[in-house]
Ligand binder design. Sequence first.
Ligand SMILES: O=C(O)COP(=O)(O)O
Ligand SMILES: [Mg+2]
Length: 222
Amino acid sequence: MADFPFDVVGFDLDGTLLETHRDLGAAVNHALALGGFASVPADSAKDLIGGGAKIMLKRAIDDQGGLPDDEFHKLYKQTLAFYGDNHAVHTQPYPGAVEMLDELAARGVRVGVVTNKFEHFARAILGTLELVDRFDCVIGGDTMGKGRAKPAPDPILHARECCGGGRMVYVGDSSYDVRAARAAEVPVIAACYGYCDKPREELGADAMIDSLGELIPVLEKL
Ligand SMILES: O=C(O)COP(=O)(O)O
Ligand SMILES: [Mg+2]
């Protein structure tokens, strides 16, 4: 509808649209076990998410003394292989996600995913959950090339272009998201129910939501 204030809404994936920490945690724990490290409790996995799988595994291993690069790399590959086979065992959309996407579609708003996950994982998960066709684009941490994932502005700007341009807002749960949106000069909403790596007031978003059901009313007031 013409009076909606945004033409495009960009969404982060982990901790914003999808609750993914149990599957990500299982992949990291698989690699930690192979490396002889202690596993991370499922809830603590939430604190490791935001910068992509490599940063997630690195944080977990560095907390236990670290590893030389070549050994780390082997475990990183094992993490990816495990996650590839087990990407949507426990993963599910947050409550209200589907209804909110329906509502945006009914209003003619275009939607894109901008995640730091590899694009093929994001597409596979959204495919398994039968959500992938709802998005006009899926931009992963590898889509734009090295050094151009969030917090760089590139993937958000690219998503806007893929969605036909216009007024965009971005929704994400971590400081990577807020920094990327700021760099892209796009307003940003913090998903405070997600895997926030900072206290909510310190994220520096333009508005905060505690559930996806709050998003559309918040956008209408922004
Ligand atoms: O997998 C991660 O660590 C980050 O993914 P996100 O950008 O969708 O939150
Ligand atoms: Mg996230």
